[in-house]
Ligand binder design. Structure first.
Ligand code: FAD
Ligand code: NAI
Length: 463
C-alpha cells in the first residue's frame, strides 16, 4: 500500500518547494512531486539563479574591460574564459538545488520523483504508483511562449534555456522581445562582446514598467551598445550553417526586411505549464489564458485542489510564487495565509538595475487618481558619483491628498536592493513624508530614495 499524505505538492519550483517546507513546519505530512532531476524548478535550474550568475560574471568582465581605467586601474591582456564562466554558473546552480534537497530532508518532506498526474481530488499518480492525499497543490510553473515561424532548436534559435548555455559568444545576437529575459540575457552577451539587436513588437521596452523609467533605460542600454528595433515583429526565420535569416516587418504593416543573426533568442513571454497533469479528467478549470483558475484562497473549482505560482494569474516571479506557497500552506494548516499583491516588487537585474513596486504613473492616470511625483537623479548622489554609476533616478508617486506612497520606480545602481525600503513603505501604508523623515546613512545610494521622497513635496535638499 502506497504512502498517504496530508498534502501533495506537484512541482518543486520556488512556489512548490517553499509550500512543501512551510506545510511540513506546520506539522503536515507532505510530499512534493518533481520530474526534473533536481529540485528548485525553473528558477534555480534554468531561470533566476543561472541568469544572475552569468549577469554577475559578465558585469565583472565588463567592469574590468571598460570601467576600471577611469578609476586609474589598467589591466592588460584581459581574456574571457567562457567555459570556466559557464562551469561556475553550473556550480552555483548545483549548490542551490542541493540546498533544497537538504531542506526537504531536514523538514521531512518526501520527494516523489517523476511526473505527477492528478487522478482525481485526493489521488496523485507518480511513476505508476497512486498516492492518497487530503489536499493537492498544483505548482507546475511555466514555459516559454513559442513564436510561429521561428522554430526553437536551443542552438541557433534559443529560448532563455539555450541562451544560458551558449558555448561561444555570438557575433550578432538578435533578441525577439524587449522584456525582462531579453534585456537581462541580452546584457550578458552584449557585455561579453556580442552585437545585440532587440526587436520589439510595441513602441517601448519593458511593458508594464513606468514609462519614464523604461524610456531612460532604453537610452542607457543604447549607450551600452544595444540596438533597438521597436514597433517591429519577426515573421519568419531561415536557418543555414552560417546563421539565421530573420524576416522582420513593422508591427503596423509595411515592407519586410531581413536581418542576419548568429543566434536568435525568442523571449516573448511565458505561459502556464499543465501538460500531462490530468486537469481534464480531474475537472480543474482553466481561465481564458490557460492559467489554472483560483479564488482568493488559491482554491480551484475542485474541492481539495489548489494552485500557486506561475501556473495561476499574477506576475510570473519567484518571490510571488514563494509567498503564495507560504500562504496556501498556512491556510491548509488552519491559519490565515495571505499575499498582498499591491506590494510585490519587480526587478530587472541589468546594470543599472530597474526596480519597481506599486502603481506606475500611467496606471494612476488611467485610474483617475490624483498624485504627486518626487524624483531624484543618481548624478546628485555622492555615493553614485564615487562609484562612477550615475545613470538613472529614483521616483516616488504619492497620493495627492493623503501623501500615502502609491508606487516607487528606480533605475540605477543596486535598484533591486533599494526598492526593499519602498516595498516596506507600501506594505505599511507609509506616506512619502514618513520615508523622507527616516535617517539614511551617508554616503549611500539609499539617500536618493530619501531625496525622491523629499521631492514629493518639492523639498529635495541636494538638487
Ligand atoms: P517553476 O519554477 O517553473 O517550477 C515548476 C516545477 O514543476 C518545475 O521544476 C517542473 O519540472 C515541475 N513540474 C511541472 N509539471 C510537473 C508534473 N506534472 N510533475 C512533476 N513536476 C512537474 N523570477 C524572479 O522573481 N527573479 C528573477 O530574477 C527571475 N529570473 C528568471 C530568469 C529566467 C531566464 C526565467 C525563465 C525566469 C525567471 N524568473 C525570475 C521567473 C521565475 O523563474 C518563476 O516565476 C518561478 O520559477 C515560478 O515558480 P513556480 O514554482 O511557479 O514554477
Ligand atoms: P515579458 O513579458 O517580460 O516580455 C516579452 C516582450 O516581448 C514584451 O515586451 C512583448 O511586447 C514582446 N513581444 C511579444 N510578442 C512579440 C513578437 N511577436 N515580436 C516581438 N516582440 C514581442 O517576457 P519574457 O522576457 O519572456 O519573460 C517572461 C517572464 O519571466 C517575465 O514576465 C517575468 O515575469 C519572468 N522573468 C523575471 C525576471 C526577473 O524578475 N528579473 C527575469 C526573467 C524572467
Amino acid at each position: 500500500m502506497a504512502d498517504s499524505f496530508d498534502l501533495i505538492v506537484i512541482g518543486a519550483g520556488p512556489g512548490g518547494y517553499v509550500c512543501a517546507i512551510r506545510a511540513a513546519q506546520l506539522g503536515l505530512k507532505v510530499a512534493c512531486v518533481e520530474k526534473r532531476e533536481t529540485l528548485g524548478g525553473t528558477c534555480l535550474n534554468i531561470g533566476c539563479i543561472p541568469s544572475k550568475a552569468l549577469l554577475q560574471s559578465s558585469e565583472n568582465f565588463d567592469e574590468i574591460a571598460h570601467k576600471f581605467a577611469d578609476h586609474g586601474i589598467t589591466v592588460e591582456g584581459i581574456k574571457l574564459d567562457l567555459a570556466r564562466m559557464q562551469a561556475r554558473k553550473g556550480e552555483v546552480v548545483s549548490a542551490n538545488v542541493k540546498g533544497v534537497e537538504f531542506l526537504f530532508r531536514k523538514n521531512k518532506v518526501t520527494w516523489l520523483k517523476g511526473a505527477g498526474k492528478i487522478v482525481s481530488a485526493g489521488k496523485v499518480e507518480v511513476a505508476g504508483t497512486t498516492y492518497e492525499t487530503k489536499n493537492i497543490v498544483i505548482a507546475t510553473g511555466s514555459e516559454s511562449v513559442p513564436l510561429r515561424g521561428v522554430e526553437v532548436d536551443e542552438k541557433q534559435v534559443v529560448t532563455s534555456t539555450g541562451a544560458l548555455e551558449l558555448p561561444a559568444v555570438p557575433k550578432h545576437l538578435v533578441v525577439i522581445g524587449a522584456g525582462v529575459i531579453g534585456l537581462e540575457l541580452g546584457s550578458v552577451w552584449r557585455r561579453l562582446g556580442a552585437e545585440v539587436t532587440v526587436i520589439e513588437f510595441l513602441d517601448r521596452i519593458l511593458p508594464g514598467m513606468d514609462n519614464e523609467v523604461a524610456k531612460q533605460f532604453e537610452r542607457v542600454l543604447s549607450k551600452q551598445g544595444f540596438k533597438f528595433q521597436l514597433g517591429h515583429k519577426v515573421t519568419g526565420a531561415t536557418k543555414s550553417e552560417t546563421g539565421v535569416t530573420l524576416t522582420v516587418e513593422p508591427a503596423k504593416g509595411g515592407e519586410a526586411q531581413s536581418i542576419q543573426a548568429d543566434v536568435v533568442l525568442v523571449a516573448i513571454g511565458r505561459r502556464p505549464y499543465v501538460e500531462g497533469l490530468g486537469l481534464d479528467t480531474a475537472g480543474v478549470a482553466l481561465d481564458e489564458r490557460g492559467r489554472v483558475k483560483t479564488d482568493h484562497h488559491f482554491a480551484t473549482n475542485v474541492p481539495g485542489i489548489y494552485a500557486i505560482g506561475d501556473v495561476i494569474a499574477g506576475p510570473m516571479l519567484a518571490h510571488k510564487a514563494e509567498d503564495e506557497g507560504v500562504a496556501i500552506a498556512e491556510i491548509l494548516a488552519g491559519q490565515h495565509g495571505h499575499v498582498n499583491y499591491a506590494a510585490i516588487p519587480g526587478v530587472v537585474y541589468t546594470w543599472p538595475e530597474v526596480a519597481s513596486v506599486g502603481a506606475t504613473e500611467e496606471e494612476l492616470k488611467a485610474a483617475g487618481t490624483a498624485y504627486k511625483v518626487g524624483k531624484f537623479p543618481f548624478t546628485a548622489n555622492g555615493r553614485a558619483r564615487a562609484m562612477g554609476d550615475t545613470d538613472g533616478f529614483a521616483k516616488i508617486l504619492a497620493d495627492k491628498a493623503t501623501d500615502r506612497v502609491l508606487g516607487a520606480h528606480i533605475l540605477g545602481p543596486d535598484a533591486g536592493a533599494l526598492i526593499a525600503e519602498m516595498v516596506t513603505a507600501v506594505e505599511f501604508g507609509a506616506s512619502a513624508e514618513d520615508v523622507a523623515r527616516i535617517c539614511h546613512a551617508h554616503p549611500t545610494l539609499s539617500e536618493a530614495v530619501k531625496e525622491a521622497a523629499l521631492a514629493v513635496d518639492g523639498r529635495a535638499l541636494h538638487i
